[in-house]
Design a protein around this ligand. Sequence first.
Ligand code: RB5
Length: 152
Amino acid sequence: MTRSLIIALGADHGGVTLKNRLAAVIAEAGHQVLDYGTDGPASVDYPDYAQAVCAAVAEKRADYGILVCGTGIGMSIAANRNPAIRCALVHDVTTARLTRAHNDANVLALGARIIGEEVALDILKTFLATDFEGGRHERRLAKINQITEQTP
Ligand code: RB5
């Protein structure tokens, strides 16, 4: 991890333990954490946390967002409803690297019941360390934005 970042975190009950571990590691690395919860094991609804984290990223109060639920699927679906968000559900370091390099992903979704903590930490480190490559990928992101503009 290089420059100091502001990272917004959110999780449901299925992801809260991993989210808290990621928050500690992010803070130890010298970054600022905006923790939108949840804070305990009580059952909650993941879209509420996806919405809060994505608003922070969209409004530039955070550089990146990280969302954790049981599978990461619900969080990623909810996150991508925000037109400013490019959320990637990632299970390995290769896709963590490529979604930053090619998709300029600004939100990372993780499935706490699918991947282990060590894999999640490696994904986090890779996601934060990888820059967007730009070039031909800019044109493709512009076309994604066009889909949003053309969808009623
Ligand atoms: C909660 O039981 C679970 O549905 C949630 O954590 C997530 O996996 C949804 O996609």
